[in-house]
Write a protein that binds this ligand. Structure first.
Ligand code: PLP
Length: 364
């Protein structure tokens, strides 16, 4: 089976992990943690990067740091991974689900405009599958209403918007380092920000609220959201490979786009945004049943995954305020991710495209 994604641990991951074990620094402090945060910070281009246990708690910490809570609304895309909206619920605030831009499949700026009101405290644009949201418009809109922007860059490390790395534009940004993300630490996440006060507060919160100067003295109710040095050791080796991974993913995308029948929908090409193609996306033609298509690929040893379901269609968000266009329903229903790992060969992609194109032909 050609997997949709698979971690690539072919660099110094093993050597650094063994080094961490031999040093006995396997818990949540050590040289690899400091080094990983420094590498991440300088790569994204922010003043601070704080390593945490996963991308979901990174979002939770970002919302806590902005003191968002009950009575507040946070605008998130209806089309995203569920963690984006769940984190808003964790702080007792109300997520409001914005519509999809039918070209980029990211959050619609017009929909955000319609949903902003006096209770809105933040917007969380999600750079889906590696492509940047319309950050200039979103930042301008947020600034004019005095609300914060948290970038959910879980799927977009290394992606850019007008020459700036994603995760360096909003007030706070979050990343995931889960096993299927562009770089991984198994489980893991990162929070980036240029704001010294916010960085200090997030450091306090992720460390159980313990005073940085007085041991066993707790200043606030915090959380244990720390990453381990063992995970960070793997993270350092992944950072060394990141640009190579991105080059592979971009090459994979180019090959797919050139070989797939033009009947398949393709990711938007924006001249001002560097797409890192975390996962290659395509839209199955409307005349074809998506499940039949995916079953056919699976029979031929090719794994696929459907696009995210719109949050408003799932039980936890069925009664949440949402804008849902026909385009969003259509795209969420037709979209799939094709195998996108860095280990994919050109022969793999040729096989995948051939199987996909032949299925279309067989259906007229
Ligand atoms: C993966 C992901 C997350 C959550 O990250 P975890 O590390 O799995 O907790 C959040 N938002 C988006 C858009 C993601 O893709």
């Amino acid at each position: 089976m050609i997997p949709v994604s698979e971690p690539n641990l072919s660099g110094n991951e093993e050597a650094y992990a063994i080094d961490a074990v031999r040093s006995t620094w396997i818990s949540s402090s050590g040289k690899y943690l400091n080094q990983f945060e420094e590498m991440f910070r300088s790569y994204v281009g922010t003043k601070h990067a704080l390593a945490v246990s996963n991308g979901t708690v990174a979002l939770h910490l970002a919302l806590l740091a902005l003191e968002i809570g009950p009575g507040d609304e946070v605008i998130v895309p209806n089309f995203t991974y569920i963690a984006t909206a769940n984190a808003v619920r964790y702080v007792g605030a109300t997520p409001v689900l914005a519509d999809m831009d039918p070209v980029t499949w990211n959050i619609s700026v017009d929909s955000i405009k319609r949903l902003i009101n006096s209770r809105t405290k933040a917007i969380i644009p999600v750079h889906l599958y590696g492509l940047a949201c319309a950050m200039d418009e979103i930042m301008a809109l947020a600034d004019s209403h005095g609300i914060h922007v948290i970038e959910d860059a879980a799927e977009a490390i290394g992606s850019e918007y007008k020459g700036r790395r994603l995760g360096s534009i909003g007030k706070i940004s979050t990343f995931s380092l889960y096993g299927n993300k562009t770089i991984t630490t198994g489980e893991g996440g990162m929070v980036t920000t240029n704001d010294d006060k916010i960085a200090k507060f997030i450091h306090l919160l992720k460390n159980q609220g313990v005073s940085p100067t007085k041991r066993y003295w707790f200043e606030v109710i915090g959380y244990n959201y720390r990453m381990t040095n063992l995970q960070a050791a793997i993270g350092c080796a992944q950072m060394e490979q990141l640009e190579k991974f991105i080059a592979y993913k971009q090459r994979n995308a180019q090959t797919y786009s050139s070989l797939l029948s033009p009947e398949f929908g393709r990711p938007a090409e924006l001249s001002h945004a560097r797409n890192t193609f975390w996962m290659y996306c395509t839209l199955v033609p409307a005349r074809i049943n998506r499940d039949d298509f995916c079953a056919h690929l699976a029979k031929n040893g090719i794994e696929t995954r459907p696009f995210f379901y719109l949050l408003s269609t799932m039980p936890p968000y069925a009664t949440t305020k949402a804008e849902v266009s026909q385009d969003a329903k259509d795209i969420a229903g037709r979209g799939i991710n094709l195998p996108s790992s860095t280990k994919l060969t050109e022969a793999d992609i040729k096989k995948i495209a051939t199987v996909a194109n032949e299925f279309l032909r067989s259906r007229g």
